[in-house]
Design a protein around this ligand. Structure first.
Ligand SMILES: Cc1cc2nc3c(=O)[nH]c(=O)nc-3n(C[C@H](O)[C@H](O)[C@H](O)COP(=O)(O)OP(=O)(O)OC[C@H]3O[C@@H](n4cnc5c(N)ncnc54)[C@H](O)[C@@H]3O)c2cc1C
Length: 372
C-alpha cells in the first residue's frame, strides 16, 4: 500500500492523472462508476482550445498553452503504445463572430491576452482574410479571432486510447466500482470503500467529475463544481469544406459536421436534449455556413460539463488529510496532455506541481471570482 495511488474516476481527467502517476513509478488503481454514469468525457466536442482562455488569469493561459504544446508528443505516444490514432490535428482554429458586438467583445479578449506576460498567439482577422481560408463562410460572419495553437482530437478514441495505455502500464482499472466512502487512516493513507470491497493506498486523487463535490468533504476538500449542459448536433457526411476547427462548428475526418456546444446552467443533472436549443444552434450554423441549410441532421446529444465555480481548474491537496488530492476542470480534452505529463507524475509522488499554485481552492476564500 505504501506506494499505491487510488484515482477515483476513469474519465479524461482521472485517466490522464493515472497514466502520469504510473509513469512516475506509482502503483495505480482507478475506481470508476458504471456505464450509465455522468461522463463529460464521452460527450464533448474534442477541441484542444487555447485562444480566449485565461484573459483574467495569466496562469490559466499559460497552463493551457503548456498543454497544447505537449499534445503532439502525447498523441504520438498514445499511438505508439496502443496503436490507436486519436486523430489529433493542430491546423489552428477560428472563433467566428456574427455582427459588430461579437467582434468587439472578441477583440477585447484578444487585447487582454496580448497585454499579459508571454502575450498571445491569438489575433483578429476580417471577413476577407477569413474567406481566403474558409471559402464557404457566410456573409453574416463579420470576422473572427484566429490562433495557430488550436486543434482537436477525436474524443472517443482519445478516452479509448488512454484506457488501453493504462492497461499496458499495469494500472488496475475497476469499472462499475465507484467509491462510496473514503476513510483517512490514523497512521496515514486512505481506505476507499466500494460495494465490492475496500482498497487502501498512500494517496487518493479525486477525479470523479461532478461527484467530486460529494467525495471532497470526506477528506476535507471543498470542490465547488456544478453541471453545465452542452448539446451537440451532428449532420450527415458532407464533402470537405472546413479544414479548421471553430469554437462552435467543425468537420470531422469522415465528413460529418458537429455544431452546437451550448452552455446551459441551472438544469440540474438532466441530460435531455431540446429542439429549442439545437434549433438555435442550427440557425447560427446556417448563418456561418449557408450551405448547411441543405444538410440532414443525423444525431444529437447532451452531456454535462464539470464546471468549477469560477470556471478555472481546481487542483488541491487536503490540508487536513495530506495525501488526498482533487483534480478537476472544464477543459479536460485540452488539458489532457499537461495532466498526463505534468500533473499526474507530481500527484503520483505526492506533490502538486508549482504551475498549479494559482488553481488551489484558497482562491475561493481570498478573492472575487475570475472568469475563464
Ligand atoms: C458538450 C460538451 C462539450 C465539451 N467540449 C470540450 C472541448 O471541446 N474541449 C475540451 O477540452 N473540453 C470539452 N468539454 C469538457 C470535457 O469533456 C471535460 O472537461 C472532461 O471530460 C472532464 O473529465 P472528467 O474526467 O473530469 O469528468 P467525467 O468525464 O464526467 O468523468 C467522471 C468519471 O468519474 C466517475 N465517477 C463518478 N462517481 C464516482 C465515484 N464515486 N467513484 C469513482 N468514480 C466515479 C464517472 O463514472 C466518470 O467516469 C466538453 C464538455 C461537454 C459536456
Amino acid at each position: 500500500m505504501s506506494n499505491r495511488c487510488i484515482v477515483l474516476g476513469g474519465g479524461l481527467v482521472g485517466m490522464a492523472v493515472a497514466l502520469g502517476a504510473a509513469a512516475a513509478g506509482a502503483e495505480v488503481v482507478v475506481l470508476d462508476d458504471g456505464d450509465l454514469a455522468l461522463r463529460a468525457s464521452r460527450g464533448n466536442a474534442g477541441l484542444i482550445w487555447v485562444q480566449g482562455k485565461g484573459d483574467h488569469l495569466a496562469a490559466y493561459a499559460g497552463w493551457t498553452r503548456q498543454s497544447a504544446a505537449l499534445w503532439p508528443q502525447f498523441a504520438a505516444s498514445l499511438l505508439q503504445q496502443t496503436g490507436i490514432d486519436v486523430e489529433y490535428r493542430r491546423p489552428g482554429g477560428f472563433h467566428l463572430c456574427l455582427g459588430e458586438r461579437e467582434l468587439e467583445a472578441r477583440a477585447a479578449i484578444c487585447a487582454a491576452l496580448a497585454a499579459q506576460p508571454g502575450g498571445t498567439a491569438m489575433r483578429m482577422v476580417d471577413h476577407a482574410t477569413l474567406r481566403q481560408h474558409i471559402p464557404l463562410i457566410g456573409e453574416a460572419v463579420r470576422g473572427a479571432s484566429w490562433s495557430p495553437e488550436d486543434g482537436y482530437a477525436n474524443p472517443l478514441t482519445l478516452l479509448h486510447a488512454m484506457h488501453a495505455a493504462a492497461r499496458l502500464a499495469g494500472i488496475v482499472y475497476r469499472p462499475a466500482e465507484p467509491a462510496r466512502h473514503i476513510q483517512p487512516l490514523a497512521d496515514g493513507g486512505f481506505r476507499v470503500d466500494t460495494d465490492a470491497g475496500q482498497w487502501t493506498g498512500a494517496r487518493v486523487v479525486l477525479a470523479a467529475g461532478l461527484a467530486n463535490a460529494t467525495l471532497g468533504p470526506m477528506v476535507g476538500l471543498e470542490v465547488p463544481v456544478k453541471p453545465v449542459r452542452g448539446q451537440i448536433v451532428v449532420t450527415e457526411r458532407l464533402p470537405r469544406f472546413l479544414d479548421y476547427p471553430t469554437s462552435t462548428i467543425r468537420q470531422n475526418a469522415n465528413g460529418s459536421v458537429m455544431f452546437g456546444n451550448s452552455v446551459e446552467r441551472d438544469i440540474g443533472f438532466s441530460t435531455a436534449t431540446s429542439i429549442s436549443v439545437t434549433g438555435r444552434h442550427a440557425a447560427r450554423a446556417m448563418l456561418e455556413f449557408p450551405h448547411l441549410a441543405q444538410a440532414r441532421v443525423v444525431r444529437s446529444w447532451s452531456a454535462l460539463r464539470v464546471m468549477p465555480r469560477d470556471e478555472l481548474p481546481i487542483y488541491q491537496e487536503s490540508a487536513r488529510h495530506p495525501g488526498a488530492f482533487v483534480a478537476t476542470c472544464h477543459s479536460g480534452v485540452t488539458l489532457a496532455a499537461v495532466h498526463a505529463r505534468v500533473l499526474g507524475p507530481a500527484l503520483g509522488t505526492g506533490t502538486l506541481p508549482p504551475d498549479c499554485a494559482a488553481f488551489t481552492t484558497e482562491r475561493f476564500h481570498a478573492a472575487p471570482d475570475h472568469a475563464a
